[in-house]
Design a protein around this ligand. Structure first.
Ligand SMILES: Nc1ncnc2c1ncn2[C@@H]1O[C@H](COP(=O)(O)OP(=O)(O)OP(=O)(O)O)[C@@H](O)[C@H]1O
Length: 282
């Protein structure tokens, strides 16, 4: 694809209940500054979908609105057929609690900045989540053991989460997102701070989950990872979708990394910028 070729943007389904996640005209501004602007996107069922974009592009804000945790200024999100903010309410979306609860049962979420019950041990946290979700205690027990073992947290299972490292915290939150075997997993930077061995295991877990019909949507800044693991991608910048669809169609002959720079615009350090940092020490 050369600079004149328009970016590939996948068409939006007429029926928003068809995709695993349908975003329709989402918009959010903070103190007058738009963070997400009229964003529409479909995450097809059974896809492994990557969301990429520069810092501050609006990915986390989009995820928060898509999961019913942040009220949009306009637009709605339909999770596995459940319309969270109410289609057709125009500029004043209101949550429909029945739909929000059904959506929350359908998704598993891993996102930074959400409150974590970190005075529980890892094992207690999973038991607590499972029982809150109305799962059978024996199923919670079995799945917790499996997840703690697979994510290399078995030894730390009785330690308070507040004492976990960043990578361990990410893994226990991922375990919590997986526990109820949701229809769709929504993961904000799931591989950030995770060691390569655990990263490999998480890739396998997510691949098996998608192979069994689950849907994953994950944000990441690592283009090689997204190109290697995802089958669909959306490039988001300044709160808008610049390209979306099947990853091979979106990137054409070039790498995802090159496409990203082409769409978002590359930057390099001015020759005289930060010159003091390069001055020799006396
Ligand atoms: N609670 C908030 N109050 C004010 N501004 C906010 C708030 N949350 C997000 N923003 C702003 O909205 C914009 C989008 O932020 P967001 O966190 O969605 O980006 P992101 O794509 O997830 O970035 P990153 O890749 O760095 O995590 C940024 O300009 C950010 O400063």
């Amino acid at each position: 694809m050369d600079a004149r070729t328009p970016a590939h943007i996948a068409p939006i389904a007429q029926d928003p209940r068809q995709p695993a996640l349908a975003l329709r005209g989402l918009a959010k501004a903070f103190e007058g500054s738009p963070a997400v602007h009229n964003l529409s996107l479909d995450i097809p069922r059974g896809s492994f979908y990557g969301l990429v974009g520069p810092n501050g592009a609006g990915k986390t804000t989009t995820i928060m609105m898509a999961t019913g945790l942040l009220r949009p200024d306009a637009g709605t999100a339909v999770v596995c057929g459940h319309d969270i903010w109410g289609a057709g309410t125009g500029q004043h979306p209101e949550p429909d609690n029945t739909e929000v609860l059904a959506a929350k049962a359908a998704y598993g979420l891993l996102a930074d900045g959400l409150p974590v019950f970190d005075r529980l041990s890892g094992r207690e946290y999973l038991v607590y989540l499972g029982l809150l979700r109305g799962m059978d205690a024996s199923v919670v027990d079995k799945r917790s053991k499996d997840l703690l073992g697979a994510l290399d947290l078995a030894e730390a299972q009785d330690k308070y989460i507040v004492d976990y490292s960043a990578g361990m915290t990410k893994k226990i939150l991922l375990a919590g997102a997986l526990l109820h075997r949701p229809e769709i997993l929504i993961l904000d930077e799931p591989f950030e701070a995770v060691d390569p061995v655990s990263g490999q295991v998480i890739r396998q877990i997510l691949h098996n989950y998608v192979a069994a019909g689950g849907t994953v949507v994950m944000s990441s800044h690592v283009m090689e990872l997204v190109q290697g693991i995802c089958d669909h991608v959306a490039v988001i910048a300044r709160g808008q979708v610049l390209a979306s669809g099947q990853i091979d169609e979106v990137r054409g002959q070039q790498s995802l990394s090159d496409l990203f720079v082409q769409l978002v615009g590359g930057r390099s350090l001015d020759a005289d910028s930060l010159g003091w940092l390069g001055e020799a020490r006396r």
